[in-house]
Design a protein around this ligand. Sequence first.
Ligand code: CU
Length: 309
Amino acid sequence: MNTRTRVTAIPALLAAGAFAALPSMLRGAAAHGQATPEAASVAAWADLGLPELELTFTVEAVEGMPESIEAGRYLVTIHGEPTDEDYAFGPMFLQIPEGMTFDDLMAQASEDSDGPPAFYYESLVAGGPSILASTGETSAVGIVDLPSGEWIVAGSSLSHPPIPFTVTDEMPDDLPEPASNATFTLGEMVIALTEGELVAGENLVKVENAGVQPHFVEVSKVPDGTTLENIEATIAGFMGGTPEAEPIAETDFAGFATTVDQAGGTTIWVTMDLEAGTYAALCFFPDRETGMPHAAMGMYTVFTVEAAG
Ligand SMILES: [Cu+2]
């Protein structure tokens, strides 16, 4: 069915930056050790008493989403095994815009276009955790706000068609602030570590989109000593330009974590399991005006993670 193919292709298109074009073989080479999340740190989230959602991504569907839930800040756990064709997947929670129906949304999404449908830039896309194939992990956890309205949840990769659900009532006004040791702040066209620091081991990371367009953050380990200029040169090369500095080989990007798209004004919390080293964080969401991946417009940063003392 064409509609389903197109709709489920939206998030894949969005995630389809230059890195998504890398051969999966190369991604496999970048895999790092199996991570066992420390119960101690994520326990800080479990102790908040948040309502929970547990979703399973099978090959064909997202399973476990109730038809109706109450507005709130949700602890979302996802399970699934990425196939060779998946780069990553996670839940795309999208609030159906006022004046649109589920069918309208499906119809617009099925229209041929080079980028995301217009409504995607206007919608409340809540964001969330993601399972990145290169990590070898089969589950992920995050915290996501879901205010009242008519929603869909779909997979942020092919083969997970949208499922409608309803969120009732008002957001509680006493939402707890989940613990975090670092904050990424996203905007046009900037991505910055604005609070705390990322450490070797498990991190509880707050990701806030202070901008207008949807953004996400993908964190890849890069060779020690990599600079912003090296990343700029690498992206220029991807875009067919002539790099001014030394680019990094595509095979030298090792994916460690990614989030799914989140709309302006949203905040999520996710875990990121990192090793000591140098990292690049980038957003490849296509710009509304130019269609260029945000990274090509400067949306990247470089940071280091120290070895645990
Ligand atoms: Cu972006």
